[in-house]
Design a binder for this molecule. Sequence first.
Ligand code: AMP
Ligand code: MN
Ligand code: MN
Ligand code: MN
Length: 284
Amino acid sequence: MGMSTPAILNADLHCHSIISDGTLTPEELAMRAHRNGVHLWSLTDHDVLGGQERAQIAAENLGMHYLSGVEISISWLGQTVHIVGLGFDHTNKTLQDGLFATRNGREQRARQIAAQLHQVGIENSYEGALSFAGNPELIARTHFARFLVDQKICKSMDEVFKKYLVAGKPGYVSHRWASLDEAVQWIIGAGGQAVIAHPGRYRLDDLQMNELYARFKDLGGLGIEVVTGSHSPDQYKTYAKVAERYGFMASRGSDFHDPHESDIDLGHLPHLPEHLKPIWSVFH
Ligand code: AMP
Ligand code: MN
Ligand code: MN
Ligand code: MN
């Protein structure tokens, strides 16, 4: 990396393994990223670092550069927002303890989700979701969604997230995650850099988004995802402008979870707009 960090580097700095809500192992993801031409990779499981050593070893064995990664769930103005951390020391105790506390409420939440689904006639979804979870500490809505598709209650993950598990629908349980301040401080305290994940996905108005950017920047947050599997091409342009306006560095990541579910494969995203500063230019 270092000097050779142009916008056209094939960096994929956002994806998930079976340690959170993806379906491939860290080793399978590393192989897939490498096969797809990725030069710099990061595994960013939700609220957990259990895959970091495996991902790093697998990447380096394939000759890929690796950055440690995580995607932290936070609550911001009543909405869930995701903050990606990159390039930190994954053995940092404060970060590990903070992530443990963040994921700790997931089992209870999953039981409440299942109780609501039971009310609408969907039985045993806690056990069902758990059977799809590679890590019982990290039971996510994704696992419920896979169970509902498997049971033919819905045809697709998209259909699940329209009819269930979201605000106003059966199986939605509001949850208190970490705070923005905590997440950014844990990441920076462990020597890493913080990035706002897929800013186009939040149900926040312009004023609320601007408040998020401003607070994030005050805390030392450095980047936002511009090119992600969660954005449309129009949104690449929108968030390129946000990056310029706030002086954020830009990140790029597929948010790959599964070969069949994910629309964008590892490493298959468009490049960052050339005028933006890539987040990877700060890592040496
Ligand atoms: P949780 O952290 O348990 O709230 O689960 C959030 C996860 O659900 C996200 O990281 C995605 O993997 C998944 N998800 C949310 N919305 C959708 C959607 N519309 N389609 C597919 N997966 C989704
Ligand atoms: Mn996910
Ligand atoms: Mn996310
Ligand atoms: Mn993600």
